[in-house]
Design a binder for this molecule. Structure first.
Ligand SMILES: Nc1nc2c(ncn2[C@@H]2O[C@H](COP(=O)(O)OP(=O)(O)OP(=O)(O)O)[C@@H](O)[C@H]2O)c(=O)[nH]1
Ligand SMILES: [Mg+2]
Length: 426
């Protein structure tokens, strides 16, 4: 069976050759992209033995790279005892099939999206994340099925494997995948509904989400703010499930902090779609903390990636702070001065050395106070709707029941409270 996936069950590290085809990017950019792909492969326990970079004005229609080049890559990979050829580019389904046929069963060809899907598959923990990844994987595989990829029915649980007259194995496989996709989408809908119900109970509290490029240190920041133990690892996409913690600043101020799945440039479309519901936490946030690794030489690209993913998800109008993390690793202070000038809405922290984490919490508190007010409201007993609105929209700090009215001391969103007050005056 030859399935375009990096198997992770083997304990022995596998070897691979990387191939990057570039049309017009700068050398530094190419190097960064290839290094990032190497990091992705390493996360799956695959060692890169050689990196091949090609410059081409136009890619080959049939094999993506020229047939001669493909042959030399094949020979070198066999000599180096490689299992995989990993392409930095996203290759069309027909090209990947042609290359796979060229390699026969000697090598497995996989592209960047395939690698990312494998990492997601490895790191998914909850039922929701597992369902999302499975769905994205099947949508990815469907157009890429090759004749070598048989016995799929065993993986699919043997449902409806007997085809109609004349139905070939590949047609059966396709039908099975389509059915499975429909089922997974239904499952996800159900999971999403229960998540929405959960959110309803949380609507009165200020919500903050950590977003950012993978490996920027989101989970580490979450841990240092919440004293929790989220999974932190020097791996790409260590976190796939949104986890939320309640942070109490003082008696009257608290907020919910959510850790989210990391972003990457050119995040495969079907993954963005699959993770839309997980990233839904961001949609309900009052403030986004855009976490950026200050030591990265691609810092601007990372910020742009965050913005483009948010834009893609249509949630680019949120209040935000840029949190430059890992300042403990920074040797040159001038970088901070420069960044301060470019990004005035920013703060410099180190999750590792707990540097400036208190100031970060202070900044969040200021934001909460900008949006929230604390106020006395007195409502007559017969104003049932208003009393209901107060319970539904504010945190009640104190309640005094008088003869004619109830006096509340409440804390809550300025706009919502003003709306309630305007109803009382009528
Ligand atoms: N030196 C230094 N390393 C840090 C800091 N914060 C995080 N790291 C390291 O950076 C790596 C990634 O940290 P994570 O917190 O897992 O990053 P993440 O953004 O949650 O990553 P994903 O979940 O994969 O998207 C780990 O090896 C951390 O130990 C920091 O302030 N300084
Ligand atoms: Mg994480």
């Amino acid at each position: 069976m030859s399935k375009q996936t990096l198997k992770t069950t083997d304990t022995k590290p596998k070897k691979a050759m990387l191939v990057g085809v570039f049309t017009n990017t700068s050398t530094l950019d190419q190097e960064n992209q290839i290094n990032e792909l190497e990091g992705l492969a390493l996360t799956l326990g695959v060692n890169i033995v050689d990196k091949i970079i090609q410059h081409k004005k136009r890619v080959d229609v049939k094999y993506f790279i020229g047939k001669g080049k493909l042959k030399s890559i094949y020979e070198s990979a066999i000599e180096n005892k490689c299992t995989y050829i990993i392409f930095n580019n996203d290759i069309s389904p027909s090209q990947i099939k042609n290359i796979q046929n060229f390699f026969k069963k000697d090598l497995i060809v996989i592209d960047r999206t395939g690698v990312i899907l494998d990492i997601f598959n490895k790191h998914a923990q909850t039922k929701e994340a597992k369902t999302q990844v499975k769905l994205a994987q099947l949508e990815y595989f469907l157009p890429r099925l090759t004749r070598q990829w048989t016995h799929l029915e065993r993986q699919m649980g043997g449902v409806g494997t007997r085809g109609g007259p004349g139905e070939t194995q590949i047609e059966i496989d396709r039908r099975l995948i389509r059915n499975q996709i429909i089922k997974l989408k239904k499952d996800l809908n159900k999971i999403e509904k229960s998540r929405l119900n959960q959110n309803k109970n949380r609507k009165n509290i200020f919500k903050v989400s950590l977003v950012g490029y993978t490996n920027a240190g989101k989970s580490s920041i979450m841990n240092s703010i919440a004293f929790s133990d989220n999974y932190v690892k020097d791996e790409l996409f260590a976190t796939l499930d949104t986890s939320t913690k309640k942070i109490t600043i003082d008696k009257n101020n608290s907020f919910l902090l959510s850790d989210t799945v990391g972003f990457i440039r050119n995040l495969p479309d079907n993954l963005v779609a699959s993770f839309r519901s997980t990233l839904g936490e961001i949609e309900h946030s009052n403030l986004l903390l855009k976490v950026v690794d200050v030591t990265s030489n691609e810092l601007e690209i990372h910020i742009n990636t965050i913005d483009s993913v948010l834009n893609h998800l249509k949630i680019d109008n949120k209040d935000f702070l840029i949190v430059f993390n890992k300042v403990d690793k920074l040797k040159d202070e001038i970088i901070i001065e420069k960044l301060k000038k470019t990004y005035d809405n920013s703060i410099f922290v180190s999750a590792k050395s707990k540097l400036n984490i208190d100031s970060l919490i202070d900044k969040v508190e200021t934001k909460i106070k900008e949006e929230n007010i604390q106020i006395n409201i007195s409502v007559a007993y017969d104003q049932g709707k208003i009393i209901n609105d107060i319970y539904n929209n504010c945190s009640i700090i104190r309640k005094e029941e008088k003869n004619e009215s109830i006096n509340f001391l409440v804390n809550g969103n300025k706009k919502k409270i003003n709306k309630i007050l305007s109803q009382i005056k009528k």
